[in-house]
Write a protein that binds this ligand. Sequence first.
Ligand code: ADP
Ligand code: MG
Length: 741
Amino acid sequence: MGSVAKESELSVSKKPVAEPKPAAKADSAKRGAGRAKKAGADTEAAPKKTISPAQQALIKLGLTRDIDLALHLPLRYEDETRITPLKNARDGDTVQIEARVMHSEVQLRPRRMLKVTVDDGTGTCLLTFFSFYPSQQKTMAVGACLRIRGEVKGGFWGRQMMHPAFRVAGGELPTALTPVYPATATLPQAYLRRAIATALLRADLAETLPHGEQPPVAQFYGQNGLQPFYDLRNALTFLHHPTADVALVTLEDHSHPAWQRLKAEELLAQQLSQYEAKRERARLRAPVLKPLADMPDLTQQFLAQLPFGLTGAQQRVVAEIRNDMERRIPMHRLLQGDVGSGKTVVAALSAMACIEAGWQCALMAPTEILAEQHFGKLVGWLEPILGPLGKKVAWLAGAQKKKERGEMLALVASGEAALVVGTHAVIQDQVQFKNLALAVIDEQHRFGVAQRLALRQKLAATGLEPHMLMMSATPIPRTLAMSYYADLDVSTIDELPPGRTPIVTKLIGDSRKDEVIERIAAQVTSGRQVYWVCPLIEESEALDLSNATATHEHLSEMLPGVMVGLLHSRMPTAEKKAVMELFSAGIMGVLVSTTVIEVGVDVPNASLMVIEHSERFGLSQLHQLRGRVGRGAAASACVLLYSVNDNGRLSDTGKERLRAMAETNDGFEIARRDLEIRGPGEFLGARQSGAAMLRFADLEQDVLLLDWARELAPRMLEQNPMLAARHVSRWLGGKAEYLKA
Ligand code: ADP
Ligand code: MG
């Protein structure tokens, strides 16, 4: 099964490492750092800190409680329950043999190695070791009978094994398969096996499911009552030490009932914590946002001066949001809509509702450029309406002059600023709102839990919580929404504004870059504008920059008479602003940039997006970038330049992503495929950092189990709160709190 298996699980590793310390140490490791330190202090004259590297490695993996270790499942298994006669071992088989040493010698050329020939009566095999201890050499002395385990290679010179595991023959064969855990040099296999086996015996695995509430596992495997019953204890015992007759494939694909049981429990823990969060939120209070009697109808004024009418989808989500804000429970709503679907105007209308009720609204965006764009747009839309009421839109950003910042803070504190737009600066401590009632977070996945919490604190003095509207252009596939965001209400804009022409996406090898540049020239000549995005090279911002700079020079040279600008994250804000202004005004024909333009920028005249090294971008990121064009009525295109690796090939995931991009413009479909390619951990971005991600369950595959957990969780919280609490703490430990933010 595991192609991932590490070599270090073998008893002779290629580099000699310290022999694993025997049992006693394993004990203290499981009880976590504090305990481990104490254990060290007990031994006489021990230095202050005696946490072994293996213990440290366990702690680093979060394996501190018995239950954590018990839930640390094998990567794969080895079958040591059988002895295979050598004559039956085929090339490539991993087998266990018992054989006598016929010959043993240390060769020095071409390098030092130990060569041992063994014979089991049915055939012979040559064992080779490049590193070995004298003690091991002794164990393999001529005449010794050994139990040996390794992969057989049947070359021209007969059978061979490289670095097999071995020990003196004899002793009973185990009845269960041997677990192989993900080991490292500091966390040796033998140590892990012992630590986990002990933890499994000691962990509290008492049933937490209410009586009669079994997950729908048996119905997949209902074998006339012969199926053993798997509660948590049985399931874990089995998965660590399965009987040799198990169909390995059911362990690999997690379809075995023991796996099913585990996944069901995991999903239940997650649902319980989400429902609990929702219930806690329902106990909180928020300002009830109903229009004040003496307030003119700002919403009507706003809609009347808007140069377009709302789409049906926009009207629907605005109604959903306004309805939430009229209740005294804080809104906790995600507004999802594809790039270009018009979320900003929805945010503005939500702000209007808040202002009409006499409260303040804050809008926060992840980058200064994006925040600035929002600010510009919202000032244009709102100030004509707010002005007569003596209200303003305030701006807060990190790179602000002290004086300006002071003025803005005063506007916010006095309540004169009805709307505050900015970056992270909005949530800093010095920012005192008079009466914040609504916080809008754009591109919410780029913010962390801590930032959402900080926003919620802004109203703490009154004992109230602001309403929260989180916006995202990365739609969450349904199964994920049900599972990770069970405590979140979701509004979806599923319709683009009219008059958009679909974006044509082309995959082009970067050897044809010149053709692409010709195309750029044609676009610019016809009055259109072009983005050229260079990839982020994670390890090196400097390299990143030099790429973008070189590209900028190259394009400037190739496109005489065209203004080519450069934008990257290291530039001073003022310079960035100046470049953006030239591009927005249509004076600059081509904008070369690193991924700083990723989110939000809105220049409808731009009609061509070129993404260099597109194979290095994530799918959602590509989709976001592509969404920068196709915002006006002109036909737009996105060129994904890709380069192949040294073997002349694209990686499989790279290929999959680019194919997905060429095949669909639909953000929901893109998100679905992205999830498929990356898995929920990476997909969810910021949230994952603190959240206990699903380790075992697969949302697509385990829909039946998810349904079961979703149905049971609220009932269990109601009827068996103690069991529910135990279940959650067993599975999520301290992480449960974090999930609620
Ligand atoms: P996103 O959802 O990606 O944030 P924006 O709010 O930036 O999208 O909107 C994209 C563009 O569409 C903007 O130029 C915006 O003014 C325009 N727009 C929004 N709603 C409509 C509509 N109902 N009709 C026409 N254009 C619209
Ligand atoms: Mg936007």
